[in-house]
Write a protein that binds this ligand. Structure first.
Ligand SMILES: Nc1ncnc2c1ncn2[C@@H]1O[C@H](COP(=O)(O)OP(=O)(O)O)[C@@H](O)[C@H]1O
Ligand SMILES: [Mg+2]
Length: 458
């Protein structure tokens, strides 16, 4: 055993080292075995192998990554090429240009030739500058849009469509979208943009606009025609109401005229009989004046009814209906028709004469139905309830197959000269459009029921 550094080793053999000349042993070479060292060598060997292995693996992996990256790059390049090919062959021209004084073109797709008539090379060599193609006024606008986009710090700008003049001197409408590309300092270094030929769309838009204008004119023409027709209908409805009214007045006057006639006729006999003295004359004048006043009142009511100054105002429903009834009372009596008005009064807002026209028309229709059906005892009832006016009759009602049509203009079942068919149409317009109410009809057991409803929905 050989002892050194306090570590014990096992000596395997001694080798004497001799001087070549003297043949004297000058030293010994000791071969020894160090167990711990062998283990550590073994251990180190494993470690190195592992490191080598990991290193190798990493290397392979790096190569693999590199390979993948290259492949991906190649694929991206291919994709990009395809994309550019798409622009070359498609309808959208792609531009990339520098933010310099000439806006020098860095890239432009082939199809720029079909848009502008100038080749890609002409742009790349700077023989032609794209802004020169834009119409002067449009260019001003486009530059204005650009300045505004800069000020707002936008990244993308979609210009309003503008016109360009191609090499062949034709005009085209173009829509341009530009992306601002900035350098590390945030300064715009490039622009990337595309141009679309929107001439066809613009042409269609112009056509559409012209068509719209034409349509507008047509609508205005038709509206004025309809208004004209409506005015005519209004006039007709008024005339019809007036006709009905004159019929009513004729009845209203028949009796007082008769009595005036008889009284005047009798004057002769009264004189013969010596009945005429001052008292007689005073009484006579008084009586006849009453009759004349009544007739005069009828005329006043009639005039009120057809007043031309159509002023909207608040009025009491009951009074208004009573005034209308006073005009038709005599006529209804002559047909043996009883009319009643009951319920709570309420206020309405509108042109009173128009409202009375509606009431008169509904009553006249009821009277016509009663007369037509030869009812011996005619009955017309008017009830006021919760802002509703309900008018019923016992004239037999409206046949179900025509009930939906009674509000149509010119719809009448009456003989020629007896009906115009505008009464209910105008009544509906007056109630629904002029007064904000609703007018419906339905049948009861005995006849028709018209409801004028002023209750606001909701
Ligand atoms: N109370 C009613 N009873 C039966 N039918 C009616 C009644 N009111 C209206 N009608 C029907 O509705 C139609 C249209 O009425 P209207 O518009 O006033 O026009 P016109 O009275 O001139 O015929 C009438 O011709 C009639 O057939
Ligand atoms: Mg009528």
């Amino acid at each position: 055993m050989y002892q050194k550094t306090g570590k014990s080793v096992k000596v395997v053999s001694f080798l004497p080292v001799k001087n070549v000349k003297s043949k004297q042993t000058v030293a010994y070479l000791v071969l020894y075995e160090d167990n711990a060292n062998i283990q550590s060598i073994l251990y180190n060997f494993k470690l190195i192998s592992l490191i080598l292995f990991i290193g190798l693996f990493l290397l392979v992996y790096l190569f693999y990554l590199q390979f993948i990256r290259k492949k991906a790059l190649k694929e991206t390049a291919q994709e990009q090429e395809k994309l550019l090919e798409l622009f070359d062959k498609g309808d959208i021209a792609l531009f990339r240009w520098h933010n310099d004084i000439h806006w020098s073109v860095e890239y432009v797709s082939n199809n720029v030739v079909s848009l502008t008539g100038y080749t890609k090379e002409a742009f790349l060599k700077g023989e032609i500058e794209y802004p020169d193609l834009i119409d002067a006024e449009d260019l001003q606008n486009a530059l204005h849009e650009l300045t505004e986009a800069f000020e707002k710090n936008l990244d993308i700008l979609k210009h309003q469509p503008y016109q360009i003049t191609t090499k062949e001197k034709t005009k085209k409408w173009v829509e341009q979208t530009t992306l601002f590309i900035r350098d590390e300092k945030g300064k715009i270094s490039h622009f990337l943009g595309y141009l679309i030929d929107v001439s066809k769309r613009k042409k269609l838009e112009t056509q559409l606009q012209q068509l719209n204008e034409h349509l507008k004119e047509e609508i205005e023409k038709r509206t004025s025609e309809i208004l004209q027709k409506d005015k005519m209908l209004q006039e007709q409805a008024k005339l019809a109401a007036m006709g009905e009214m004159v019929g009513a007045i004729a009845h209203q006057w028949r009796q007082p005229l008769n009595s005036l006639n008889i009284n005047i006729q009798n004057l002769d006999d009264d004189y013969e009989e010596g009945l005429i003295d001052k008292e007689f004359i005073d009484e006579f004048i008084d009586k006849q004046t009453q009759t004349i006043n009544f007739m005069s009142q009828t005329i006043d009511d009639f005039r009120n009814f057809f007043r031309v100054d159509k002023v909207k105002q608040d009025f009491w429903v009951k009074q208004s209906i009573e005034n209308t009834l006073s005009l038709v009372n005599a006529q209804l009596k002559s047909h043996n028709i009883e009319i009643s008005l009951q319920g709570e009064d309420f206020m309405l807002h509108g042109v009173e004469g128009e409202f009375q026209q509606v009431i008169l028309n509904i009553i006249s229709n009821a009277k016509d139905a009663i007369v037509h059906n030869r009812k011996e005892y005619g009955k017309i009832g008017i009830r006021l309830k919760d802002k509703k006016i309900i008018i019923t009759d016992n004239g037999g009602g409206i046949p179900e197959e025509i009930i939906k049509r009674v509000f149509e203009p010119y719809f009448t079942t009456k003989e020629q000269g007896m009906g115009t068919g505008v009464g209910l149409y105008m009544s509906k317009i007056i109630i629904e459009q002029n007064m904000g109410g609703r007018l419906h009809v339905s049948n009861t057991k005995e006849g028709a029921e018209f409801i004028i409803d002023f209750i606001k929905e909701g």
